[in-house]
Design a protein around this ligand. Structure first.
Ligand SMILES: [Fe+2]
Length: 334
């Protein structure tokens, strides 16, 4: 871990086409709408079965927390109102049949909640490492809505295209039948092998945290924890919100799966948002180098830093060029 902590990146000041701004929505007020209660149990990546080498590549060593509260009753009510206002903009992809991404451009309430300093501080404290709201706006405030068809899963088994995120219930999970959030207490490699062999997941390792109401969440290292959202077994309304974070320590390798984002986010935005995110990382890596300047004879270290930076840019360029060749990745329904 380097000592330098990156400065935040402002939300874009230019407004994209196709994302009309909501009118008449509630105004986010952290003093009224947040009621953060910290989780008391954290399941480590080690407990998921990850090796020391795997964990060393991650900004923190936790896998998932137990359920904790984020919103007050009033905050949850406002969040539900905003979620329903965004519902007409749902889109479909190969993994999720009804979701809204980019809602942070349309709703100031959602944007302010997702970028709230109090919430970011709580997330950082849980992670044991300073975090920032995700620098890709489409990774903020992702909303999932239950499919129209009863029984169809909201989202298939998968890992996320980012490192840290929370999954928060917007509707009351106890007002519906089914619709559980589940995670697998094993590694993503284990799940991939089971899928390849045509075998089902070990039912003993499937965990379904009990959420007491709307505004409650779990925080996870989403690219390491295989998870899914089950379908409702009776008609009802199930909405969740997922918010992403990036480590303030930009010396950790970026984990953006641009190839996957390009398949679900609008073409006129996905690449621009990714370019902006990688430019921010580059700026912060260089800034860290300049701000931490000291006379030194360690030219090998200086060369390493430049190689790391140029490697990151080269990888980003490759991701941009090859994005069209990808398919949406997931582990299916079983
Ligand atoms: Fe996810």
């Amino acid at each position: 871990m380097s000592a330098y902590l990156a400065d935040p990146l402002e939300f874009p000041t230019k407004h994209p086409e196709g994302f009309p701004v909501l009118k008449g929505e509630p105004v986010f007020d952290p003093t009224k709408h947040l009621q953060i209660e910290m989780p008391d149990t954290i399941i480590s990546l080690k407990e998921f079965g990850y090796s020391e080498e795997d964990i060393a590549q991650c900004p923190c060593d936790f896998g998932i927390t137990n359920v904790f509260r984020i919103l007050s009753d009033e905050g949850a009510q406002c969040m539900l109102e905003v979620a329903r206002m965004l519902e007409p903009y749902v889109k479909s992809n190969a993994r999720i049949s009804r979701n809204v991404r980019g809602g942070a451009y349309q709703s100031k309430f959602l944007r302010d909640l997702c970028q709230s300093q109090e919430l970011t501080e709580a997330v950082s404290k849980i992670c044991g490492s300073p975090m920032l709201p995700h620098t890709i706006p489409h990774q903020l405030g992702h909303m999932n809505y239950n499919p129209k068809e009863v029984g169809e899963n909201v989202d298939k088994w998968h890992v996320d295209t980012l490192r840290i995120d929370f999954v928060m219930f917007v509707t009351d999970p106890n007002s519906v039948v089914g619709g559980e959030f589940e995670y697998y207490l094993g590694t993503k490699e284990e799940v991939a092998e089971l899928k390849k062999a045509g075998k089902p997941l070990d039912p003993v390792k499937i965990k379904a945290p009990v959420l007491p109401g709307p505004g409650y969440a779990v925080l996870q290292q989403g690219n390491m924890v295989v998870h899914r959202a089950k379908g409702l077994t009776e008609p009802g309304e199930r909405i969740t919100m997922v918010n992403g974070y990036v480590p303030r320590d930009v010396s950790f390798p970026d984990y953006t799966r641009f190839d996957q984002l390009y398949l679900v986010d609008p073409e006129h935005m996905a690449a621009s948002e990714y370019m902006r995110h990688v430019s921010w990382m580059g700026r912060e890596l260089l800034d860290g180098q300049l701000k931490g300047f000291e006379f030194s004879s360690d030219k090998a270290q200086m060369a390493d830093n430049f190689e790391k930076l140029s490697q990151m840019m080269a990888t980003a360029a490759e991701q941009l060029r090859k994005a069209d060749e990808a398919k949406i990745e997931h582990f299916g329904d079983g």
